[in-house]
Design a binder for this molecule. Structure first.
Ligand SMILES: NC(=O)c1ccc[n+]([C@@H]2O[C@H](COP(=O)([O-])OP(=O)(O)OC[C@H]3O[C@@H](n4cnc5c(N)ncnc54)[C@H](OP(=O)(O)O)[C@@H]3O)[C@@H](O)[C@H]2O)c1
Length: 330
């Protein structure tokens, strides 16, 4: 698979990472044995960038990766770039959250993540959401101290503004910004992608398949109770019907090229920007293999342009999060 830089320190990762969140929470039931098989297949296919967070399954996701890392000992650990995140504090069974960016919290969250992952160092440690009550300089300073202490290799931020990114970069080099970016979530095109290119920051695109909506394989009424998408405004009511028409058009585009919607959605991201690394999530090996194949497909500039216009943000209906999920998004 093609490779991309992670920040400007010389680290590279495969152009597609793997989002592990769905193996613990948000998209219905998961099975640890199957997740471990999927992780092994991902590594076989050349994926070396795994994305998790302390909040996914309230520690379950990091423990799952820890179990995986222990399977082949240090040889496997050395091959992988493990990214995790701190800052979202939730109670079991609840979606509502508060955000903590204070230095004391960061230090204790890092220790807990290291323990659950069973590693000495986190390769990329993100601040998951911003709490403006703690100045970004203080938050970044605490993260930089973790780098100095050897507990973290590189740092990143999720869903921050370009102003915050510039202030953070003035304290310590930032390797990555991770925010939602896909055909139907184009906010990063309003300055963040340009700022990242200028500052040598990799842009990690989360939910690159629109939480499966873009693939055309998910219908809200069929989702189990508790699936996060049932409370996501884009998946519900009139917005769903409107967005479905865009996905149907995407389906025609994909079929004409003998690709799946998922493959087109990923090839579009990879083709548009050299400094973007999408991290699609899946619990199924067949989907994983399909997604990895997308990294080999290059769309022409004319095709990218056509998709840009099809998914003009004005045509997409509904907010990308319910109100409780917008906390900490800049
Ligand atoms: N920083 C943040 O705030 C933040 C927020 C959300 C997510 N993330 C990260 O980003 C990662 C990816 O985002 P995401 O999981 O939310 O959304 P996504 O990658 O856009 O979509 C995942 C969904 O798409 C399905 N899927 C995957 N490949 C497919 C294919 N080829 N055909 C049909 N369906 C396919 C998966 O199904 P199955 O699971 O059934 O296989 C899953 O339901 C997460 O795992 C997490 O690590 C970060």
């Amino acid at each position: 698979m093609q490779r991309r830089s992670l920040g400007s320190s010389g680290t590279t990762v495969a152009a597609l990472g793997l989002g592990c969140m769905g193996m613990s929470e948000f998209y219905g039931a998961s099975d640890d044995a199957k997740s471990l098989e999927l992780l092994a297949r991902a590594v076989d296919l050349g994926i070396d960038f795994l994305d998790t967070a302390d909040t996914y399954g309230l520690g379950h996701n990091e423990r799952l990766l820890g179990d995986f890392l222990r399977r082949d000992g240090q040889a496997l650990r050395r091959k992988l770039v493990i990214a995790t995140k701190f800052g979202i504090v939730r109670e079991a069974g609840k979606y509502e959250r508060r955000i903590d960016n204070s230095p004391d919290y960061i230090r204790s969250a890092c220790e807990a993540s290291l323990r659950r992952l069973g590693v000495d160092t986190i390769d990329l440690y993100y601040c998951h959401r911003r709490n403006p009550e703690t100045p970004i300089e203080e938050t970044t300073g605490a993260m930089a101290d973790l780098v100095l202490a050897g507990k973290v290799r590189q740092i990143g931020f999720s869903e921050i503004s370009t102003d915050t990114l510039r202030r953070a970069c003035a304290v310590h080099p930032v390797a990555a910004v991770q925010s939602e970016y896909s055909l139907w979530s184009r906010e990063p095109e309003q300055g963040m992608l340009q700022a990242c290119a200028e500052l040598g920051v990799t842009f990690v695109a989360y939910s690159p398949l629109g939480r499966a909506f873009l693939t055309g394989t998910v219908h809200t009424e069929e989702l189990p109770d508790g699936d996060f998408r049932k409370i996501n405004p884009r998946f519900t009511g009139e917005a769903e019907a409107k967005n479905r028409r865009l996905v149907d058009a995407l389906g025609r585009f994909s079929t004409a090229r003998n690709l799946t919607n998922a493959q087109v959605a990923l090839a579009w991201l990879l083709g548009k920007h050299e400094h973007v690394v999408p991290i699609p999530g899946t619990r199924r090996i067949a989907y994983l293999e399909q997604n990895v194949a997308a990294a080999e497909h290059r769309l022409s500039l004319a095709e990218i342009d056509e998709l840009d216009r099809l998914f003009d943000p004005a045509r997409v209906a509904g907010a990308r999060y319910p109100a409780a999920g917008m906390v900490g998004i800049e």
